[in-house]
Design a protein around this ligand. Sequence first.
Ligand code: HEC
Ligand code: HEC
Length: 333
Amino acid sequence: MSKASALLAAGIALGCWSNLASAASQEPIQPVEPAVIKEPAKVELGKKLFFDPRLSRSGAISCNSCHNLGMGGSDNLKASIGHQWQQGSINSPTVLNSSLNIAQFWDGRAKDLREQAGGPIANPMEMASSHELAIQVLNSIPGYRAEFKQVFGQDRITIEEVTGALAAFEETLVTPNARFDQWLRGDKQALTLRELAGYELFKNSGCVACHNGVAVGGNSFQKMGLVMPYQTDNKAEGRAAVTGKDADRFNFKVPTLRNVALTYPYFHDGEAATLTQAVDVMGRLQLGRTFTPDENAQIVAFLKTLTGDQPAIQYPVLPPSEDDTPRPEPFVK
Ligand code: HEC
Ligand code: HEC
C-alpha cells in the first residue's frame, strides 16, 4: 500500500480528517510521491545504459537522444529521428513518471518498463541494433562486466539484466513537488487565482474524466476524437493494433499531463505545436466544447503548474570499449 492510500485508509477508519486532508482527498488528482530508491547500484547502472549510445548500431543514439532528460524526457520533435536519420512513425512520449502508466507505448503494447526497454534497442527505425549485438558489446567492456556482476551476481550479461537496470533507473524519474502538488498538499498560496480558475474549468468541463490520478492521465485508453473525429495522416491505429478489435481503433493511452509544458509538441502524431492548440482540440473533439481564448489561457495556466522537480541527473561517465568491442556502424546500409 502506498503511503497516501495507507493514510487514506487510516483516515477513513478513524473518521478523523482535518479539513485540509479531506479537501485534498476529494480532488481527482493526487500528488506525485518522490522516488524511493531501493537498489542504488542497479539504478546507477541503468542510468549508464540510458545514456550509452553503444546500445545502438550507429554508436550515436541513446535512449536520451529521444527521451532527453534535459527536455522533459522527450525530444520535442513531431516524430523522432532514428537510425540513419529515419523519420519515426509516432511522437516520443516522455519517460518522466512513465512508471505510473497502466502500460507502455501509445497503444499499450508493452505491459511495463522492463518489457518496453528491449524494444527500441532492436527497432530498425530507432537504435537498429539487436539484443545479441548489444549484449556482445556490453560483455566486451570490462567496466560493464564488473558492474553487472556487482548488481546481478552473474558473470555473463543478459538482455533481461539490461532491461531490468533500465527499468530501475526509469522508476526513479518521477517529478514530485509541482506547484499544483504543493497546492494539493494544502499550500493555498501555491497557485494564482487564474491558475485555480483553469483547474476549475479542467474539472467542470470534463477533462478529468480521462486525465486524473497521480499522473493526470496514463491510467486508461480512450478514444481520440470522442465527439468529433480526429483528422490525421498518421497511420497509427491505437489500441486496435494490440487487441485486433475494431472498437479499439483510435483508442490511445491517455498521456500524462505531468510536465506537459515541457513535452511539446502534442498528440501521438505531434500535430499540436502548442498547449493552446492541444487544449482547443481536446475541448472540441473530446467534449464538444469550444473554449474562449481566455478560458483556453486559464487551462493552459493550470497545466503549467504541473511541472515538477526534474530529476537531478549527474551525467554518467561510461566505461570505455576494449579492442574486441564490436565497432559502431553509423553508415552501413
Ligand atoms: C529514436 C528514438 C527513440 C529511442 C532511441 C528510444 N525511444 Fe523510447 N520511445 C520512442 C517513441 C517514438 C516511443 C513511442 C512509440 C509508440 O508508442 O509506439 C517511445 C516510447 C517509450 C516509452 C513508453 C512511454 C509511454 O508513456 O508509453 C518508454 C518508457 C521508452 N520509450 C523508453 C526508452 C528507453 C529505455 C530507450 C533506450 C533503450 C528508448 N526509449 C529509446 C522513441 C525512442
Ligand atoms: C475522452 C477522454 C479525454 C478527455 C475528456 C480529454 N482528453 Fe486530453 N487526451 C486524451 C487522449 C486519448 C489523448 C491522446 C490523443 C492522441 O495523442 O491522439 C489526450 C491528449 C491530451 C493532451 C496532449 C498531451 C501529450 O503529451 O501529447 C493534452 C494537453 C490534453 N489531452 C489536455 C486535455 C484537456 C485540457 C482536456 C479538457 C478540455 C482533455 N484533455 C480532455 C483523452 C482525453
